[in-house]
Design a protein around this ligand. Sequence first.
Ligand SMILES: Cc1cc2nc3c(=O)[nH]c(=O)nc-3n(C[C@H](O)[C@H](O)[C@H](O)COP(=O)(O)OP(=O)(O)OC[C@H]3O[C@@H](n4cnc5c(N)ncnc54)[C@H](O)[C@@H]3O)c2cc1C
Length: 378
Amino acid sequence: MNDLYFDQIIIGGGIFGIYTALHLASRRMSVLLIEKDARLFQRASAINQARLHGGYHYPRSIATARIAQELQLRFVNDHRSMINQHFKQFYAVDKSGSFTTPDQFMAFCHYLNIPLKEVAAPSYFKAQQMEALFLTEEYSFDCTQLSEYYQARILQSQDIVIHTNTMIKAVSRSGTEWQLQLQNQSTKQIYEVCTRSVINATYSGINAINRLFGLENLDITHELAEVVLAISSVKNVGLTIIDGDFSSFMPYGHGDLVSLSSVRYTSHYGSSQQDPTFPCQQRISACTPVNCLACNNCVAKPDSNQSKMMHQIGKYLSSDFKFQYLRSMYTIKSKLKSSYIDDSRPTLVKMLNQTPAFHCIFGGKISSIYEIENYFNA
Ligand SMILES: Cc1cc2nc3c(=O)[nH]c(=O)nc-3n(C[C@H](O)[C@H](O)[C@H](O)COP(=O)(O)OP(=O)(O)OC[C@H]3O[C@@H](n4cnc5c(N)ncnc54)[C@H](O)[C@@H]3O)c2cc1C
């Protein structure tokens, strides 16, 4: 492999960048994967609610629900040991304020053939708060195991070179090639690489990279999100209240923890700018909208909303159901602006320049990694 030329240069070492690298390397292409953090898999791919979506979450977007349901099966088959399938995952419709009625929810699930059973509330729930309760077939993936699995796979590949701790300083075009000036953030060493094809898989950083290549922004919004981890007194149970300003908890991969999230309290700050722009960046000069540092270990991250989240979900739980707060994880969550109305989560894979090629991948859900294959095989 030539040290300077790569068939594909992928920017972003989350699950989408890594899966793309593995897919393209399996087609005998040389790949350079560039990641600005010191390690791969540290941002949204590691910090999320770990819900392997079965479609239930999206009664207002048939397209998102259908894709989630289709991809769930393959994701389970490919990652079986990394998936917790041994818990009861309930969905409930609140007595008031839901955008979806029980009949609509059932009709939606039946239409998509998503398994669903209406059940009486077990004693650990407050039945009087629920219009209806359903038992579903939805699972949780283990983020730590997924991270270890994908990092091991990518390290084994002879055709993939990984440069962590690396930022792109400058970009130029020469005929059919992109020339990238890279800098190692520790050694400050600057060097050049070139390619005929760049793939931008930087999620919340996607627009900063698009612009660096002189290309258009995606229409996205960002939020600084918190996922709460706790120990629950009732084991192997998850509950999601749909559909509106509600909340959920569910087992977090394997192990004893549950993750809590809430439409109202998971997001601390919102940003509708092209790049994530939050008030906490004013306290950390190195953290800017075009180069956000990792929120999880940041001293300027907001105080936890854990008690508000527990209070909100507590409305549906009997008094012997207790959570013991453990810790919170923070990261940036980005969404397409078009998702605002129907709460959809499509994965966008798009060519923004033909020669030299430039593609961007904006991942909606973890299990949508397979959509990359359809795109690059087409
Ligand atoms: C709070 C939260 C909860 C979620 N819950 C779920 C869930 O329950 N189930 C589900 O399926 N999905 C969930 N998601 C969505 C899912 O996590 C994302 O769709 C997925 O992780 C996106 O993967 P990615 O590889 O595109 O992004 P990331 O994992 O964020 O990877 C992008 C990488 O690009 C790197 N990068 C950024 N800018 C640059 C740059 N300039 N140069 C080099 N590298 C750069 C970053 O450091 C990072 O490593 C959730 C997301 C969040 C944030």
